[in-house]
Write a protein that binds this ligand. Structure first.
Ligand SMILES: [Mg+2]
Length: 237
C-alpha cells in the first residue's frame, strides 16, 4: 500500500500512539500500591483493572458532556476505592500519589521518537490529543513535541473531544489544508480512525487488531513505526 498522493499534513494522536500512556498508568498504580498502606490487601492487577475500567467509563461520560472535569478527577479515585472496599478517606492521597507517579512513568512508544523526527523532515506535522490542557502541555514540553509543530491541539482547549467532528474541524482549519490532504495517525478505532475518517481525513491506525472489518476502515494500519515510514515512502530510516 502506498499513501494517497494528496497527503500534505500529518497529525499524530499522543497517548498510546507516540507516548505509552497505558504502561505509565500501570506502573504508576503499581508504585502507588506499594507506597500506600491502604492498598496492602489489594492485588496489583485488581487495582489496575478496577481503576482502568472506572477511568475509561468516566472519560466516556466526560466526552459526552454528561460530567465535568472536577467530577471525573475526583470520582476515578474515590470510586476505585469504593469498588475495592477501601475507605474513601484515602482518596485525596491516592489521587496525589498517582498523579505524581503517572508523570514520572511517561515514556515513548518504541520507535515513535525516531519516526517523528524522520517524518518531520518530509511533512509538516501536528498533534491532536484528548486530555486535560496542563497535563498534555507538560507531555509536549517534556518530549520536545512543541519543537516539531505549531499545531498542538488539546481537546480541553478546543471544547470538543475526539471523535466529535468539532475538534477535527478546528484542527483542519488551523493547519489550512483540505480534509483529504490530512493523515491522522492514532491508536483508537472510535476516536481516531472513525473520527478522522468521518471528517474526510486519511487514517493510519496503530494497532494489533485482527478484525478485518475494522481494519478496512483505516486507510492504512501498522504496528511498528518502520511500516509507517515505508507507507509514507520515507527512505533511509
Ligand atoms: Mg490514543
Amino acid at each position: 500500500m502506498s499513501p494517497r498522493s494528496t497527503i500534505e499534513f500529518i497529525f499524530f494522536d499522543i497517548d498510546d500512539t507516540i507516548l505509552d500512556h497505558k504502561a505509565a498508568e500501570r506502573a504508576a498504580l503499581r508504585d502507588t500500591q506499594s507506597q500506600l498502606k491502604c492498598f496492602t490487601e489489594v492485588g496489583i492487577s485488581e487495582l489496575q483493572d478496577v481503576y482502568h475500567r472506572i477511568n475509561a467509563g468516566l472519560w466516556k461520560e466526560y466526552g459526552a458532556g454528561r460530567i465535568d472535569r472536577a467530577f471525573l478527577e475526583e470520582s476515578r479515585f474515590s470510586w476505585t476505592l469504593r469498588d475495592l472496599g477501601i475507605d474513601q478517606i484515602h482518596s485525596p492521597t491516592f489521587r496525589q500519589t498517582y498523579m505524581q507517579l503517572y508523570e514520572h512513568h511517561w515514556q515513548w512508544v518504541p520507535g515513535a521518537r525516531e519516526a517523528l523526527s524522520e517524518i518531520h523532515k518530509h511533512f509538516p506535522i501536528g498533534f491532536l490529543t484528548n486530555g486535560f490542557t496542563e497535563i498534555q502541555q507538560k507531555k509536549g514540553e517534556r518530549f520536545d513535541l512543541y519543537a516539531l509543530t505549531d499545531a498542538y491541539i488539546i481537546s480541553e482547549e478546543v471544547g470538543f473531544m475526539k471523535p466529535m467532528p468539532g475538534i477535527f474541524e478546528f484542527a483542519t482549519r488551523q493547519v489550512g489544508f483540505a480534509p483529504e490532504q490530512i493523515l491522522y495517525v492514532g491508536d483508537s478505532f472510535i476516536s481516531d480512525i472513525q473520527g478522522g475518517a468521518s471528517f474526510g481525513w486519511e487514517t493510519a491506525w496503530f494497532t494489533r487488531e485482527n478484525d478485518a472489518a475494522k481494519l478496512k476502515k483505516a486507510s492504512f494500519y501498522f504496528n511498528d513505526y518502520k511500516s509507517l515510514l515505508n507507507y509514507l515512502n520515507i527512505q533511509g530510516y
